[in-house]
Design a binder for this molecule. Structure first.
Ligand SMILES: [Zn+2]
Length: 514
């Protein structure tokens, strides 16, 4: 009996790296993820696919932790052990806060954490917290410190890494249909995965701080060339793909209004990115660059143009203008259908007519075709194509139901743009123009892909072929006969339209004929 116990203890004291990482990963999964599983189970609709989602998340979580622990313990030596121990201590503390205060460890919460003074933090102390830390944090940590790890050969190490990464890819591959479910619940499940939530969200928060404080590289000074009164409305589309606009030849009539609207030109365009932040930056940037150059609204504001930004979305580069209105601000003056994008389009005419400036730029950042719940993005009266997909678990929908819901967002987009043009036509004293450009396209099941975000180099055409729609109040204002444009054409075309003279201006990227 005594010898058996000693043998077991000895066996536990010295362990192979793979066995030890596997154990830690399992322990981590079991000790810290009750709130996570509770959330997932509450939000799946049951049936076979529900089991697939739960099982896949368990596997991914186990494999991701296995990968992290193996890497840290093999390459990090003592430092690796300290980091893994710190994870267990922080996990214990995090679980206490999740269970006690229902906090979401997202980027905002991590920002609060990093800004908290020691004196405030000490106010959170409780005996329950101490118990969490001692049992779930300190005990595993003592064990981690006591174990002697037999690392094994490099060959074995790389084999473990290879098998783990391969398995993660395999599980991800099986779940392409469930990406939309994961996408919808990502903010919550991402905040409940330990240690990933606080690690990744702390990094995200620090990056956001860096970005918000980043100094943009100023463009050379511009001048307003004349006093003629002109106003441009730039509508930034969300996930609008070109081939679902009947203006571009789609067989369904998704543009019943714009097809009847005079002076509308639909240019062939490709986005410079497949995700929102990069797409919006490209629309506002004068050139392709990873650096932060002065963007269109900031540049025009500095030059003396009246710049108004209204957003029902997020992800724009830092703005340095005085008239910025987000969803909450816009909803204050809204009486009906305030959850839809039309809150962006109210009183365009009055806003321009009341401007103190001869040159006006209004940017409207929409969210109209944002997935996966396309059916929630438009008022009921725009439900032209039925039946529609109403679930984020796409296995519950047919391909056609998903496309129907998406196409209804394009019908709504058609209405919004048309409505803006109707207002702009009647603006007194100003020549007006409108540009509608999407941030990127959208996959709707082609090659098993949904949504967007595939790296540009291998992105399918559905994710970067975008609409670029132009309207001007002046029928004599002609558009160049260009083959294909990209998002940077916006910057130069707006400068041209508003008669802004700038050394940064490139005539070859302007769509208007003077
Ligand atoms: Zn987007």
């Amino acid at each position: 009996m005594k010898t058996t116990l000693l043998n077991t203890l000895n066996a536990l004291k010295e362990q192979k790296l793979t066995t030890f990482s596997t154990t830690l990963s399992l322990v981590n999964l079991v000790l810290f993820h009750a709130p996570f599983f509770q959330y997932v189970i509450d939000n799946i609709s049951g049936g076979f696919n529900g089991y697939v989602i739960v099982l896949s998340l368990v596997l991914i979580m186990f494999l991701a932790n296995l990968l992290a622990f193996t890497l840290l313990l093999f390459l990090g030596g003592l430092l690796g052990k300290i980091i893994v121990s710190a994870f267990f201590l922080c996990n214990a503390m995090s679980l206490y806060f999740i269970n006690t205060y229902q906090v979401m460890l997202d980027d905002t919460m991590m920002g609060n954490f990093w800004n908290t003074q020691y004196s405030e933090a000490s106010g959170f102390f409780s005996w329950a917290m101490l118990l969490y830390v001692l049992i779930l944090g300190v005990l595993p940590t003592l064990y981690i410190c006591a174990v002697k790890i037999k690392k094994g050969s490099f060959k074995r190490f790389f084999a473990t890494l290879g098998i783990t990464i391969g398995s993660i890819l395999l599980v991800a591959g099986v779940n392409t249909q469930n990406f939309t479910w994961i996408d919808k619940h990502a903010p919550v499940i991402g905040s409940l995965l330990l240690p990933w939530s606080y690690t990744v969200n702390s990094i995200r928060w620090h990056n956001q701080q860096k970005k918000a404080n980043a100094k943009e590289i100023l463009l050379p000074d511009a001048v307003i060339a004349n006093q003629s009164k002109k106003a441009m409305v730039l509508v930034i589309g969300e996930s609008a793909r070109r081939d679902h606009f009947s203006l571009y030849g789609y067989t369904r009539n998704t543009n019943p209004l714009l097809q009847q609207t005079p002076q509308v030109t639909a240019l062939i365009a490709n986005s410079n990115a497949t995700y929102t932040t990069a797409g919006v930056k490209a629309i506002l940037d004068s050139q392709d660059s990873d650096d932060l150059y002065e963007i269109l609204p900031n540049y025009l504001y500095r030059t003396g143009v009246d710049v108004i930004w209204r957003t029902n979305n997020w992800g724009e580069p830092p703005l340095h203008i005085s008239k910025y209105y987000n969803t909450a601000a816009l909803q204050q003056n809204c009486t009906q259908l305030c959850e839809y994008d039309q809150i962006l389009f109210t009183q365009l005419k009055e806003t321009i007519e009341q401007s103190n400036s001869n040159k006006v730029l209004i940017v409207l950042h929409t969210t109209t075709s944002h997935g996966p719940q396309y059916n929630t993005r438009y008022p009921a009266s725009f439900q032209t194509f039925t039946p529609v997909c109403t679930s984020v678990e796409l296995s519950h929908c047919t391909e056609q139901e998903l496309i129907n819901a998406y196409d209804n967002t394009i019908v709504y987009t058609d209405y919004l743009i048309h409505n803006a043009i109707e207002q702009l036509k009647t603006v007194a004293g100003y020549e007006t123009g409108l540009l509608f450009v999407s941030d990127h396209g959208e996959s709707l099941g082609e090659n098993g892909l949904y949504m967007h975000g595939v790296p540009m180099a291998m992105a399918p055409k559905e994710q970067y072929q975008i609409p670029f729609i132009v309207w001007t109040s002046n029928a004599d204002k002609k558009i160049k006969d260009v083959q294909v444009v990209d998002q940077h054409y916006v910057f130069h075309s707006v400068l041209n339209f508003l008669d802004i003279q700038s050394p940064a201006y490139k005539e070859e990227r302007n769509i208007f004929i003077d």
